[in-house]
Write a protein that binds this ligand. Structure first.
Ligand code: HSE
Length: 316
């Protein structure tokens, strides 16, 4: 196989996990994208060229996360002796370590691009299994692969995902603070046990959230984004969290939550409300009042998930 056939370019959406009450199980894909241009090589070398968000910190060589995903897929389909290296070119728009699924885009991009080059030996469901194994949780990789809103269930190490397009046209307002937050640290602050009361709080809201989105019941959403399992413990890691949520709601948002493990905060409105600018200014201002510099992203829900945008052309 020559270089012409060994290349694929993919677009992968950033994601927002948890969506308030759905800790480690709910997620949605957003309209901010990372791009991966992958060429598989017979030679035993990994070349990484990165541009955009966090470019200078992306690991080069075989420590690169996209390479690790590619290598995992090659092993899975028994092609690891055919392709021992790769050229990985990335152009990233998703902020790093902010709770917008940047590591998922690296994993999902590598899996989807390599699978495409090899003639699609694995289904998306099979790619989800590998991606979850690499990421450790399904809630970012699932929407990155399938698009829309996703509900994922882990059962004895296996993952089952339901992906759907909400009947409410959501507009997402993301306040991106100027500090990173590692998922590891954000998980370390969580308690080992929770009360029955808090479990009921979350089960009821997560269920209401899905029902409202599936049935198009915007009136039920203001009840549905709150959480008692992780945000109360993480608020010390994101200065002004509660007040930014309140400011977003006072400006008309239907609800607000930490995006993934943070540090971004995400508020929800509808595309027809026309409130996105007002909500984003309120969130940025409130962060500022707590000494945090931030910028706002106004996004929609991505419907498609990871997408191959070019295939087979010669890599330059
Ligand atoms: N559900 C995860 C968390 C998101 O909140 O820790 C990061 O993968």
């Amino acid at each position: 196989m020559d270089n012409k056939k060994n290349r694929a370019v993919v677009q992968v959406p950033g994601t927002s996990a948890n969506c308030g009450p759905g800790f480690d199980c709910l997620g949605l894909a957003t309209t901010i994208y990372n791009y991966l241009d992958l060429t598989l090589l017979h030679a035993n070398k990994v070349v990484v060229e990165a541009a955009g968000e966090g470019a200078e910190n992306i690991p080069r060589g075989k420590r690169n996360l996209t390479w690790q995903a590619v290598q995992r897929l090659l092993q899975e389909v028994g092609r690891e002796t055919d392709f021992k290296g790769a050229i990985i070119r990335t152009r990233n728009n998703v902020p790093i370590s902010r709770g917008l699924g940047s590591s998922s885009t690296a994993i999902v991009g590598g899996l989807v691009a390599a699978n495409e080059i090899l003639g699609a030996p694995l289904t998306r469901q099979e790619l989800l299994k590998l991606a979850t194994e690499l990421e450790g949780h399904p809630d970012n990789v699932a929407p990155a692969l399938f698009g829309g809103f996703t509900v994922s269930v882990m059962d004895k190490g296996a993952v089952q995902t339901f992906s759907f397009q909400p009947r409410i046209k959501l507009k997402l307002i993301v306040a991106v603070p100027d500090f990173e937050l590692s998922t590891r640290l954000a998980r370390k602050v969580l308690p080992k046990n929770i009360s029955m009361k808090d479990a009921i709080f979350n089960v009821s809201r997560a269920s209401m959230l899905i029902a409202a989105l599936v049935e198009g019941r915007e009136d039920l959403l203001p009840l549905a984004f709150d959480d008692a399992l992780h945000q109360p413990y993480r608020k010390k890691l994101v200065p002004g969290m509660t007040e930014v949520f309140e400011a977003a709601k006072a400006a008309g948002a239907l609800g607000a939550a930490i995006s993934g493990a943070g540090s971004c905060l995400i508020a929800f409105t509808t595309t027809r409300s026309g409130l996105e600018e007002k909500i984003s200014s309120a969130m940025v201002e409130e962060f500022k009042a707590h000494g945090v510099k931030s910028k706002a992203l106004i996004l929609n829900v991505d419907k498609r998930g990871a997408k191959v945008i070019k295939k087979g052309a010669e890599s330059k």
